[in-house]
Design a protein around this ligand. Structure first.
Ligand SMILES: [Zn+2]
Length: 195
């Protein structure tokens, strides 16, 4: 498929940690692949298990190895974009520099579909890097939710989690971690510190 044949757009998949952003990205990846679109998936790190032909995420989602590219910076992404790529997917776009906002607009204007996953706020509830601008520039926003895991009297709150809560008392903004360090919380329970 020629890129010029596509009605290009920018879609942002946004949600707190454990809301299923990568799952939604993978769902769209599978749809594009079944339509024979050429897809490139950019990630800052690939720490998942490797198999011969696929990259498998911790959720067991499979991306073809030849479609996945490591890019630490926006320049790294741009350098690796192929002429005949139809769809550019970027995982964890909040970690890239502010110039990503201008660049994704350029890529869309040049006929590429761009789909990003985005953690909108950090554990304090502050806007994460370029997240606000990326949401403002999106043609389509898909918001996904996990469930609030605040436990009271043995029952989980279970409201949609729009915030990422960090357990413990670490002050650095960017600390990569999983469920041992973070959980989804609703607005009310994001403000409550664990005792
Ligand atoms: Zn809650």
């Amino acid at each position: 498929m020629k890129s010029s044949q596509i009605d290009a757009y920018l879609e942002v998949i946004t949600g707190a940690m454990f809301s299923g952003k990568t799952r939604e990205l993978h769902r769209q990846y599978s749809v594009f692949k079944s339509c024979h679109f050429k897809v490139q998936v950019f990630k800052r790190d690939i720490d998942q298990r490797y198999s011969k032909d696929e990259i498998v995420t911790h959720d067991g989602l499979k991306f073809a190895k030849e479609d996945v590219f490591i890019a630490k910076t926006v320049d790294d992404i741009e350098r690796q974009i192929k002429e005949d790529t139809d769809v550019i997917m970027i995982d964890e776009a909040q970690f890239y520099e502010p110039e990503i906002v201008k660049k994704v607009d350029e890529w869309v204007d040049n006929g590429k579909i761009v789909v990003l996953t985005l953690l909108p706020t950090d554990y304090r509830g502050e806007t994460f890097g370029p997240a606000g601008d990326l949401l403002a520039h999106a043609d389509k926003i898909t918001q996904v939710f996990g469930r609030c895991l605040f436990l009271e009297n043995g029952v989980y709150c279970h409201k949609p989690a729009t915030k990422t809560y960090r357990k413990g008392d670490i002050k650095d903004i960017v600390v990569v971690g999983g469920a041992e360090l973070y959980e989804g919380r609703c607005r009310k329970h994001h403000k409550i510190k664990d005792k």
